[in-house]
Design a protein around this ligand. Sequence first.
Ligand code: HEM
Length: 491
Amino acid sequence: MTHAPDISSEPVAFDDMQGLIRFGHGALVEAEFVLCTISDPNAAGLWLDHAPVTSAEALDAPPKVALQVAFTVAGLRAMGVDEGHIAEFSQPFQSGMSGEDSRSRRLGDTGVNAPSEWDWKGADAHILIMLYARKGGLSEWKDKTLDSSFLAAFKQIHSFPTRPNDGTEPFGFRDGISEPKIDWKDARPPAKHGREDFSNLISPGEVVLGYRNEYDEHAAAPDVNDAPPGAHLGRNGSYLVMRQLAQDVPGFWTYLDTMADGDNERREQLAALMVGRRRDGTPLIHDRHDIAGSPRKNDFTYDDDVNGTSCPLGAHIRRANPRTGDQPHRGQGRLGWLLSTLGFRRRRDKLPGRHDLVASTRFHRLVRRGRAYGSALTPEAALRPDAPKDARGLFFICLCADLVRQFEFVQNAWIASPTFNGLTGEADPLLGNRQPFCGVASDGFTIQTPSGIGQRLAPLPQFVTVKGGGYFFLPGLTALRTIARHGRQEV
Ligand code: HEM
């Protein structure tokens, strides 16, 4: 991290940033992701120079199509980016999602989730091409974009069609509801982004390299400061995480149906308890607050549910973003906050043995941009004995400026950890691989009840399996042109 207060008030350059950072492209319901290697760096440089990559500038008329481009570290090398610059990228990006056994263990990529079982690895690819279009427009857009000059430069190794975006994920829940709101105008200093009260605002530097983050510092990135003109490789870029997560939709609903003794209402309730929201997105928490940057359906905290009797402590959304879970002394002033943050005070638990969460949630927010794949299957259809077993799931995609502090922390310390939030023997009820994690069992799920005696489901089957993944760099547009010039050996 480098402290660089000089740039903190610099306006955000939307015209130099890929659009995916600012927009989810949700209205562009069709999407396809293509993984390629670079067969001819010079031809790749020419194509990249002219590629109609979509920027983050707001247009009067929303775009009908979009193109985004991201590189693996092998891709930057293939384009001729020198090792000096490569060494400035973050360590996980350099080593790749599947590059180290210890990383795989931390991410829960063991057993059937292990990289050795994957269908694809980001590390084998050079470039990720992301194509988006309105209904009916994708095929034409793909043909136009991946033209003969593209084919002369790149070799396609995988193509991932997605299911038309209808705002739901394959288990049938509304998705994309809770997103952090980026304080683009940097209107509030980071200290005001929820240091004492939960807010949904985060600094631009949590997602875009080259800007102030929640620590009031810049995330480590190549050439963000003091770079010669044209060599700003990091500035206005972001790290992109992509994981193909196969979802066993019949397995999920059949298990819940069995646990509910075939009772429809109970089955839906159990599913909602695992997610933390009902299928229509309604949160299980009712204590609504006026939270900066939060729309309706997302304006809640866990303050009034410290024991998890409304939303289980281990529910997916509570693990993925514990909100106030780590602010136990709310309402007790700065001293209380300070003592607890410094670890001198234990939470005044209603539930014995519950510890403060590890760190403040605003340092671990993710901007999610995933898309579902495979045909849709309703819970009712999934319960039929002849339910189709074809492949379906989520291309989980998120953007962040710090892979370790954001994606890897959330995946490891919150989603996969069997001791999250004072729990024992359970990981995320949707995502867990049910394998012992660091020697501790992780195949249960506890539903806390007002009596204090939790209902425990165990062993849970595995519902989600990792099929592939990689870490990518989504460069700013100036950086993209610099990478293109490297390919043409003009740098
Ligand atoms: C197949 C895999 C997954 C499914 C089915 C799934 C499903 C969901 C659903 C239904 C929601 C609630 C709707 C919303 O708030 O947008 C949600 C929220 C969320 N998920 Fe996932 N998810 C999956 C994987 C992941 C992964 C791998 C991560 C991170 C490593 C993640 C992080 C989050 C976050 C941060 C939220 C928002 C939580 C909040 O702020 O309240 N999810 N997910």
